[in-house]
Design a protein around this ligand. Structure first.
Ligand code: AMP
Ligand code: TRP
Length: 350
């Protein structure tokens, strides 16, 4: 038995994004720009979560394409695979292995409370996949396989992060003796913190300011995709739903006006200004002026990314090489975690 106190790594960032559909402005403002900023100050691990994607049926050829497309979108947006680890979940077996252990730690009652399952399963939950139900356990495994401490996500993932903390805590307490015997006096898994920051943590649909902008919305007009061309972006913003009033001059005047709130919020996030600043410029005026300038701003920010994505997608072998290299580096960190989990739980390892 060792007496030294082993500690968890400080400040390790992990986040993931599903490779389904094309990435939209909500993904970009809610998640991606934070991920990119954090790579300057933290050790970062970013994952394309294909095992999560198949909790809903995916066309296999499209899924393969989407994995490469999302990888390209990350790199095009400024994620540097030399600074951060960028990889694909199914290429690192530790995720699925740890998820099984967590299936045995998490309680049915905890999963029953997950609102994302209720949203995605729809009315007939008997027909939902079992994978969709245990989705949050796999997400906990993604994060904890690296014993990550910080998880940048959009507002909608907060509940899943709370579950991750509950799983870490229960594992630490259920196996406290074995964990202490390995030399960890403060628990084996850290309790990871969600990092929900920036003006764009909840970007809403352009067709309905009370609904989240989402890949699964049947209306293309509801979202701006990162790869939309300038005309498409301008058209979607022009057609965005508004209300009959003028824009207010004070932030309080946005209350109860979800569409106005959303457009001002998107403007604020893209221009890195406050809501107040935006309303100083546009308050008292019509939506059309705000929309015109917002379209120009969105095109200015997104068009170079779209061009870069197209360039990267022309060389899929290079994307695969980046992912293979990322998986190799990820495995080196995750494999010792799994070995220790096996020791702690009482499983034999080869
Ligand atoms: P997903 O597309 O569901 O895999 O989400 C990937 C990341 O984007 C997560 O961190 C989400 O929280 C974030 N995200 C997705 N939709 C939005 C949205 N409408 N507003 C802000 N963040 C979002
Ligand atoms: N569930 C997240 C989403 O839909 C994606 C995800 C999977 C994730 N594993 C993760 C996010 C680990 C952060 C950390 O957006």
């Amino acid at each position: 038995m060792t007496t030294t106190n082993k500690t968890v790594p400080a400040n390790r960032v992990f986040s993931g994004m599903q490779p389904t559909g094309s990435l939209h402005l909500g993904n970009y403002l809610g998640a991606m720009i934070n991920w990119i900023a954090m790579q300057e100050s933290h050790e970062c691990i970013y994952c394309i979560v294909d095992l999560h994607a198949i909790t809903l049926w995916q066309d296999p050829a499209e899924l393969r394409q989407s994995i490469r497309k999302v990888t390209a979108a990350y790199i095009a947006s400024g994620l540097d695979p030399k600074k951060s680890i960028l990889f694909n979940q199914s290429q690192v077996p530790a995720h699925a292995e740890l998820a099984w252990v967590f299936n045995c730690v998490a309680r049915l009652g905890w999963l029953d409370r997950m609102t994302q399952f209720k949203d995605k399963a729809g009315k007939d939950k008997q027909r939902a996949s079992v994978g969709l139900y245990v989705y949050p356990n796999l997400m906990a495994a993604d994060i904890l396989a690296y014993r990550a401490t910080h998880v940048p996500v959009g507002e909608d993932q907060k509940q899943h992060l709370e579950l991750t903390r509950d799983i870490a805590q229960k594992f630490n307490s259920d196996y406290s003796d074995g964990i202490a015997a390995l030399g960890y006096n403060d628990g084996f898994f850290p309790l990871p913190e969600p990092v929900i920051q920036g003006a764009g943590t909840r970007v809403m649909s352009l067709r309905d300011g009370t609904k989240k902008m989402s890949k699964s919305d049947p209306s293309e007009l509801s979202r701006i995709n990162i790869s939309d061309d300038a005309d498409t972006i301008a058209k979607k913003i022009r057609k965005a739903k508004t209300d009959p009033g003028d824009l207010p001059s004070e932030v309080a005047g946005l209350d109860g006006r979800p569409e106005a709130q959303n457009l001002v919020g998107i403007f604020a996030a893209l221009s890195q200004q406050s809501h107040d600043d935006i309303l100083k410029d546009f308050g008292g005026g019509q939506f059309s002026k705000l929309k015109k300038e917002l379209a120009e701003l969105a095109v200015e920010k997104l068009a170079p990314i779209a061009t870069e994505i197209a360039k990267l997608e022309a060389d899929p072998a290079e994307i695969d090489r980046v992912l293979a290299d990322g998986a190799c580096r990820a495995r080196e960190i995750a494999a010792p975690t799994i070995d220790q989990v096996k020791d702690i739980v009482g499983l034999l390892r080869s």
